[in-house]
Structures are given as structure tokens and as C-alpha cells.
Design a protein. Structure first.
Length: 88
């Protein structure tokens, strides 16, 4: 296990006895929950717009790579624009 996960499971109190910790399955991360919601909404919009799911879409590997490249280039443009805001 990674160090952070190991330390999560190996926490001790001042008496050297393990403390009660929640199991990871019982822990809710609001950031992850927010991303899951955004993914669900985005998926529904995509299915409505393109009438297919990502799973059922029969693009070639090259076409998928092209889409990915375009999305990443858009992201790079957004980063550059935000950096300009921070420089002012």
C-alpha cells in the first residue's frame, strides 16, 4: 500500500492502541462526489447530443486519439488564458 493508505490503517492513539477508523468504503469524499456528478451530467448530455454512449461509439483508435488531442489542446489554451489573468 502507498504510505498515505498505510498510515490511515496504522493510526495509533497516545496509548499505542489502534484507534477506531472508518473503513474507506464508509468515507465519502465531497470532491470525488462532485466529479462523479459532473461525469454523470456530461454523459447524459453526450448521449442526448450524439445518440450513443462512449462504450457503444465505434470510433477507430486514431479517431479517439484525435478527440483526446483536441480536448487536451483546449485544456492547454484554458491554462494559458488563466495564467494571463494571474500575471495581471
Amino acid at each position: 500500500m502507498g504510505d498515505s493508505i498505510s498510515s490511515y490503517w496504522n493510526r495509533n492513539d497516545t496509548n499505542g492502541k489502534p484507534t477506531k477508523t472508518k473503513r474507506l468504503k464508509d468515507v465519502s469524499d465531497p470532491i470525488v462526489e462532485s466529479v462523479k456528478t459532473m461525469l454523470t451530467v456530461r454523459s447524459k448530455i453526450g448521449v442526448a447530443k450524439y445518440n450513443t454512449t462512449l462504450y457503444d461509439n465505434e470510433l477507430t483508435t486514431t479517431q479517439w486519439l484525435q478527440h483526446l488531442q483536441e480536448e487536451l489542446l483546449d485544456g492547454a489554451c484554458y491554462i494559458e488564458r488563466l495564467k494571463k489573468d494571474l500575471e495581471q
